[in-house]
Design a protein around this ligand. Structure first.
Ligand code: HXC
Length: 509
């Protein structure tokens, strides 16, 4: 090749790396946002990014598009490594056509989606986009359709993670929604099906974009996002951390890592976390942290349905998913949002061979018209469906209340749990003492009711009836929780269980 050919290639490359140009990059920075390439460089291990399709352009000629061809077409895509492991990534480039998606942008995305699936590696989408490229009409809609199809084909095969780092409007929301985890950054991320102007035109409702689709709304109300971070850097680091708990694909075992924490560590603190008064709240995370390797718990959706806690930890070096009722919030009751949150997480863990540890302290399902009319029956059914269908090791620790239907659905023995422990403080019964006596002794005098209340508490507000029936395998001292869980994980390490062959089940969605 002549020197000229080399230099024009270098020039072309340089030009492509500027996306929409220096002015647009400047504007992106002024808006407090990184460019697509900057984001990828922070996300991946240093110098590991290999870019694909850097010189692809669109062929649209509508609205003068032919006069403004931008190499890369608003998309930076390729692969690299995170914590040394192969990872695919694509990042919308807002400096080019506002990161809007046209036919070429979609082709680039679908290419990395297919590569990620074929090669069994996680894929991360960094979204910052004006949505469907208006000039390309139906071609951009078809592009989304193909992306969604690939999202669905990859679901349960490779981890898919979405970061929302700017606008994400219209149908563009559905690719993130189809992935496993969504991250948003405060103030800069917005996700909505229709923006404030359309809302006003259709419903006459006046609402700003932050309230409509900002990170607060999606982390506390809608449950659309799993993580909210203060800055883009923090968000990108959190994605790296999340991946450290996950295998690369559904054929690999849960990730394992070296721990210096003693597998036989006992913790006296655990003897005192559950209060003697059954009505007194406590923070279940104190138990999770006391048990986990290095006392570290990576919580997911901390601000949504706070009556249930989900997240990852390592135990004896192995990655585990944790589901725990939270007595500190609404007494840990199960409601619609808690059911949805837990069920989806249980299914994620099962897809990716991650054992599930359940900490249970639950007074029951939340009663009342609001819950019933919104479908607590079909939502609550998701938890038991997800647990029973899961074939990964499943271990439960009942710390205190395990009443009624809630006892059954929280990974009870006969729904298919592998190992069930209870603390001596556990109360495993059809319902709480007051409710039971008010039904059984409705017309009795107060003295009789008090006497029977005491008798009920003694007989049922304990783990002993369940232990006598084998519904609890062992009553354990709280300080031994870590040891027992690690032993149970070792015992179930080679667990083989297959469900009846079927196309797929029909979870009550
Ligand atoms: C083409 C677009 C675009 C789009 C933005 N741009 N969105 N070009 N198609 N969808 C261009 C702008 O013309 C502008 O070009 C540049 O990107 C930056 O946009 P600005 O408006 O200057 O930036 P900002 O003020 O930050 O506002 C960003 C924005 C706004 C909030 C995203 O641009 C916006 O509301 N865009 C439209 C969003 C939308 O309704 N999308 C369609 C959703 S429907 P210049 O040349 O001036 O730099 C949809 C259907 C998908 O997506 C269905 C799939 C199933």
């Amino acid at each position: 090749m002549s020197k000229d050919k080399y230099s024009s290639f270098t020039e072309l490359n340089k030009q492509a790396e500027l996306g929409g140009g220096l002015g647009k990059i400047e504007k992106q920075h002024q808006n407090g946002k990184m460019t697509a390439r900057e984001r990828i460089n922070v996300l991946l291990d240093k110098d590991t990014f290999v870019e694909l399709d850097k010189l692809m352009i669109n062929h649209c000629t509508n609205f003068g598009m032919e006069k403004n061809r931008i190499a890369g077409d608003a998309m930076v895509s390729g692969y690299g490594k995170i914590n040394g492991k192969l990872t695919f990534v694509y990042a919308y480039d807002f400096t080019a056509y506002g990161g809007s998606l046209g036919a070429t942008t979609a082709k680039k995305i679908v290419k990395v989606q297919k590569l990620a699936l074929k090669n069994g590696a996680p894929i991360i989408a960094l979204n910052d986009s004006g949505g469907a490229r208006i000039q390309e009409g139906i071609e951009s809609l078809d592009g989304y359709a193909e992306i969604f199809h690939q999202n669905i084909m990859a679901s349960g095969v490779i981890p898919q993670i979405s970061a929302i780092l700017g606008p994400c409007a219209g149908g563009a929301c559905y690719s993130p929604a189809l992935t496993d985890f969504i991250f948003m950054v405060k103030e800069h991320s917005h996700m909505f099906i229709t923006g404030p102007d359309v809302v006003k035109a259709v419903t006459h409702e006046e609402i700003d974009k932050e309230k409509l689709g900002g990170s607060h709304t999606h982390s506390t109300q809608s449950g659309v996002t799993h993580f909210v971070c203060d800055t883009e850097e923090e968000l990108l680091m959190s994605i790296r951390e999340l991946l450290s708990f996950l295998p690369s694909n559904n054929m690999e075992d849960a990730s394992a890592r070296h721990t210096t924490d003693d597998n036989r560590r006992e913790d006296e603190e655990l003897q005192h976390i559950v209060p003697e008064d059954p009505d007194q709240p406590y923070d279940i995370r104190n138990i999770i942290e006391a048990v986990a390797d290095e006392r570290y718990f990576f919580e997911i959706m901390p601000d949504f349905a706070r009556n249930i806690v989900i997240g990852f930890a390592h135990l004896g070096g192995r990655s585990v998913g944790i589901v725990a009722n939270q007595p500190n919030y609404l007494a840990g009751v199960l409601d619609i949002n808690a059911s949805d949150k837990a069920a989806r997480f249980i299914r994620f863990c099962d897809c990716f061979n991650i054992p599930i540890i359940t900490f249970e302290d639950v007074p029951g399902f939340l009663p009342g018209y609001t819950q019933e009319s919104n479908g607590i029956i079909r939502h609550g059914a998701k938890i038991v469906y997800a647990y029973a269908e899961a074939t990964v090791p499943k271990i439960t620790v009942i710390t205190r209340k395990a009443y009624g239907g809630a006892y059954i659905v929280m990974n009870s023995k006969l729904t298919g749990a592998d190992v069930n422990f209870a603390y001596p403080t556990a109360e495993i019964a059809v319902m709480g003492a007051e409710g039971a006596i008010n039904i059984l002794y409705r017309n009795a005098d107060e003295d009789t009711k008090l006497k029977e209340l005491e008798a009920y508490r003694e007989k049922f507000a304990t783990p002993y009836q369940a232990a006598e029936l084998g519904s609890i395998d062992e009553i354990i001292q709280p300080k031994q929780t870590r040891i027992r869980l690690i032993q149970a994980l070792e015992m179930t390490q080679n667990k083989v269980q297959t469900n009846p062959h079927k196309k797929h089940g029909n979870i009550p969605l």
